[in-house]
Design a protein around this ligand. Structure first.
Ligand code: FEO
Length: 370
């Protein structure tokens, strides 16, 4: 437990060994589950930790002699899962959540009506907590909590990162992880989150304390990043995703990326599916795939369905499909991305030939026109 302001404590349960989140996304820097204690005359605990880290959380909680309120900014179990444990230790503590959060905590954790009180603001005696609904970040019930006297925003998942830390403040590397976290957790809801962010303009925020990763002592920096990421303005940037089984697709991708101008991200998705961060800013997506089982490579089908669900701000797509005796990959991909402008689909039989290189060059010329 670390005191970050007089009467405000960070309980950072570190999980540096965690290697996947949501059974989907790699977390090569692990993660943390941050909760916070705010002590006035009464004491509030803001969020808890993942149940897999109950022992570490319990060790920290053993140093606390009273909790009057438990603030649940978000019902997902990596933050709410130990609320029942806290209630066992402090049975008179009352839980505060949004109306929908209350429903979710009842369904997911078996909390009862008598566990809750309703409040939009809470005076702890010298410390005032204000609760601000912040829906769809990334569940429908989410809120953030603002500590008025200290200008601290407790934002739970928002502005977070999967980044185990020793220094509690963001550094340049952590911002990269914040972008990846945004892409994988928040991007599908970006238009709603863009509206939520406007609520923060009225606050005098001096510090942001998320529930994953380090803390922000420069709140404006991460807030302006989120405003940029959630806007509809895409950058002149192309992301090329590919899989290659026997190098032919890779040869085609190397030729294409060499002919493209501006920022180009080339991502081999067989190395893992950390591709969404390359779609936060890009205006153009190119998918290059060999044919397997008559269709796009299964990994590319998987990646394409994720991208389609995440609705990044890309404006245009193009496809490079390799095959030998037949393929329906072109039709499949065009169907998945039917809501985007499809610039072109190139079909390449076998290893790319000089005439294929000409087609790739023409595709690059088209993509370079913006
Ligand atoms: Fe970190 Fe949505 O839970």
């Amino acid at each position: 437990m670390r005191e970050i302001k007089p009467g405000v404590f960070l309980i950072d349960v570190q999980d540096p060994e965690r290697r996947v989140f949501d059974s989907l996304f790699p977390t090569d820097r692990g993660t943390t589950y941050n909760s916070y204690l705010v002590k006035g005359e009464k004491v509030a605990l803001i969020d808890t930790a993942d149940p897999s880290k109950k022992d570490e959380f319990a060790r920290e909680l053993s140093k606390v002699d009273r909790i009057d309120y438990i603030i649940s900014n978000h019902s997902e179990q990596d933050h709410s899962g130990l609320i029942p444990f806290v209630l066992e230790k402090f049975p008179n503590a009352k839980v505060i959540a949004t109306k929908k959060g209350r429903e979710f905590l009842t369904d997911l954790l078996g909390l009862k009506d008598e566990n809750f009180i309703e409040a939009s603001e809470l005076d702890l005696g010298g410390k005032t907590l204000r609760f601000i609904e912040f829906p769809w970040a990334h569940w429908p019930e989410t809120m953030v909590t603002y500590l008025v006297e200290d200008g601290i925003l407790f934002s739970c998942d928002v502005f977070g990162s999967h980044y185990a830390f020793s220094d509690i403040w963001y550094d340049d590397e952590a911002y990269e992880y914040a972008k990846e976290y945004y892409a994988e957790i928040m991007m599908p809801f970006r238009t709603i989150i863009a509206n939520d962010l406007k609520k923060l303009d009225e606050l005098d925020i001096k510090m942001i304390c998320p529930s994953h990763g380090p803390l922000h002592k420069d709140p404006e920096k991460i807030i302006s990043m989120y405003k940029d990421w959630t806007s509809n303005e895409a950058k002149r940037e192309t992301t090329v995703l590919y899989v290659s089984m026997h190098n032919s697709t890779k040869i085609a991708v190397e030729k294409l990326s060499g002919d493209l101008v501006g920022k180009v991200n080339v991502v081999d998705i067989s190395k893992g599916i950390s591709m969404l961060k390359y779609l936060v800013d890009a205006d153009t997506l190119v998918i290059a795939t060999p044919t397997a089982l008559g269709d796009a490579h299964p990994l590319m089908l998987f990646a394409s369905s994720i991208i389609s669900a995440y609705r990044p701000k890309i404006k245009r797509v193009a496809f490079v499909v390799l095959y030998e005796w037949g393929t329906r990959a072109d039709k499949t991909l065009e169907g998945i991305f039917k809501n985007y402008e499809i610039v072109d689909t190139i079909r390449i039989r076998g290893k790319p030939s000089d005439s294929d290189f000409e087609s790739i060059k023409k595709l690059a010329e088209n993509l370079n026109k913006r």
